[in-house]
Design a protein around this ligand. Sequence first.
Ligand SMILES: Nc1ncnc2c1ncn2[C@@H]1O[C@H](COP(=O)(O)OP(=O)(O)OP(=O)(O)O)[C@@H](O)[C@H]1O
Length: 290
Amino acid sequence: MITIKNLSKRWKEFQLKDISFSLDKEYCIILGPSGSGKSVLLKCIAGILKPDEGNIFLEGEEITNKAPEDRNIGYVPQNYALFPHLNVYKNIAYGLTIKKVDKLKIERKVREIAEFLNIAHLLDREPKSLSGGEQQRVALARALVLEPKLLLLDEPTSSLDISIKEEIIKELSKIEIAVIHVTHDLVEARSLAEKLGIFIDGKLLEFGDKKILDKPKNRKVAKFLGFNVIDDKIVSPWDVKVELGGEYKVLNVLDYGYYKKILVDYNGTLLKIFTKKNISIGDKVNVYIQ
Ligand SMILES: Nc1ncnc2c1ncn2[C@@H]1O[C@H](COP(=O)(O)OP(=O)(O)OP(=O)(O)O)[C@@H](O)[C@H]1O
């Protein structure tokens, strides 16, 4: 189990504020907009940044001041950080070699993890000859081969195209240790999260299961997730009914195939509505907030 207690990190322009949460052997997604402090949080947990306040415990042991390599935590940064001069095998084996693990054991473990992540055919290749998705798997293998108690993933699919992204998400869902995965991708959050935290302006505003995505309580979280906040009430875009022939003007329409997202000027507030009706930009509509 990982427990984060009152963690804070301050610079002049940004603060990570009093973060507390715990996690069992679960897949935790931390979702938040760009610049909200998600990477700073991971770096504090990995030991790359020193928090100003707070404590981090892993399986009951305090690790707040331990060196990154002594934490038993796997960390995959945003840019993967593969060693360019080492082939894939040596990249994956690196941590075990440093720990002076027996050569035969290293070989067995590297092959095992490479098979698990479908990269066994790439072991002789140089990182620069790999696609983004392949590099991502190598970075994951390099972290997982050390059998960490916790895996930290910083936006692991952000530079991948949709089909590769789906494959990586499938691989990630097979991992059976505690994972903290930060992202700003809602689809990824829905597919993977057993626990979910929403991070905005350096604060963990909501933490729980993924029901948060459908029923946020905090108004800032609701706005970030695309809900309407009308007179302090949080309203899903599905819960606003719309009819042609009213006083409110349709400012924009996004066609998602089986439904449309329309934006309506509702007395100066931009109202988001999901509808299957045939509505176009410039139409005048009536709205019914449920
Ligand atoms: N070493 C540092 N010194 C000063 N400010 C920093 C430092 N590292 C990060 N920050 C600031 O902390 C804030 C949060 O950065 P962070 O990288 O954690 O955001 P993020 O939520 O991961 O964003 P993204 O999704 O774009 O990666 C930013 O304003 C950043 O400039």
